[in-house]
Each structure stands twice: as C-alpha cells, then as structure tokens.
Design a protein. Sequence first.
Length: 212
Amino acid sequence: MQGRPTLWPDESNAVPSRSYSKTLPAEAFPQTVRPRTPGLLLGPFYPVHLATERQSTEKHRAGAPSTGGQRLELSGRVLDTYAQPLAGACIELWHADPQGRYRHRSQPGVEEIGFDFAGYEVLTTRAEGSWHATTEIPGPYSHDGVSRAPHLHFQVTYRHVRLVTQMFFPDHPMNATDRWYCAVPNRALLVGRKRSDEPGCLALEWDIVLAG
C-alpha cells in the first residue's frame, strides 16, 4: 500500500467549526489551542473478550512486574483542545507482553503468555483529567510482515467523542521504521515524555487531547 494508511478511526475527532462565532464575543474563546492527539488504527488484537466483561480495573491490570518485564509507570491527563481537563473520560489501554505477544485468541503463542499478564486495563480520569497505570514495557513484534516498534494502544471515550490511537517510546530506534508511526505527520504527539528511567522502572508522561 502506498501513501497514507486508510484505517484512521477518529477522522471525526477534529476541532469543531466555529461558524457560530459571530454570535459570541472574541473573549469567549480561549487564546491557546492545543493540537489534538492524532488517531491510529485499532489493530488486530483489541481484546474484545476482556472489554465486554468491563469488570474491575484490578482484574484487568495491563501487566505486573512478576511477568518478568521492565516496570512501566504511565501517567498523564485527558484534555480538550483548549487545555480544559476532562473528568470521567474512559481510557482503555492494551499492549503486547515483553516478547511482543498480545493476550488475544488469534495471537500465535498466546498460551505461553504469563498468567499475571492481562495486557488490558480500563481507567477513568479524575477531576483534573489525570490518569495513571502501572504495567510493563511491551516488546516489538512483526505481524503480516510489518515490523512494529514497542507501543501501547489507547481508546479514549468522552461523551460523544472517541479517539483510538497509540503511544510510542521516546528515542526508540524502531520508531523510525514503524510504518504506522511514520504515517502520522505530527508523530511527536504520539511519544511519551520521560519522567525518570531508573533500573527496572521507566516512568513516562503522556497527555491525550480530544477534540472540543
């Protein structure tokens, strides 16, 4: 396939038109507009069998240090394009284990994944739009001949807005050859910011900006 990939599930997640602005004073609008987080494809390993259960966050912890990978501490906020925090947004995140395997029935070798690794978590943002997850760093993998850099999948839903996207790791050498990462013009918005990198634990911060 040449050119831009076609599976972009959030094309409607764009900054809304302000054709009605003539009826409101200019000071009614914020002066600073944050770029929305780009969307990326859902991918073939969305864990439908876990998502349909929608039980406690604790049952669906994405990963645990006991699975043998490096600990990953993720935090950030969900905001609108005017930097207003969005409380009560639903965040689903899922990713591969350190060997690049998803807990999904169509994943080859799924029976070899550690028992403690769910690879899926559901979060709800707090009053300030903040969220936090503890998991482990996923490994790279190849699917249908396409090599993927380590990444995490996110689906964020807030009222009538839904964003499906992916987060990548800063300075990872495989980012430059990841087909989907390179397909995004403003790809820097998909990269987490390093807060600390201690032995056995990487801490990243990543804000998710929805249209609105």
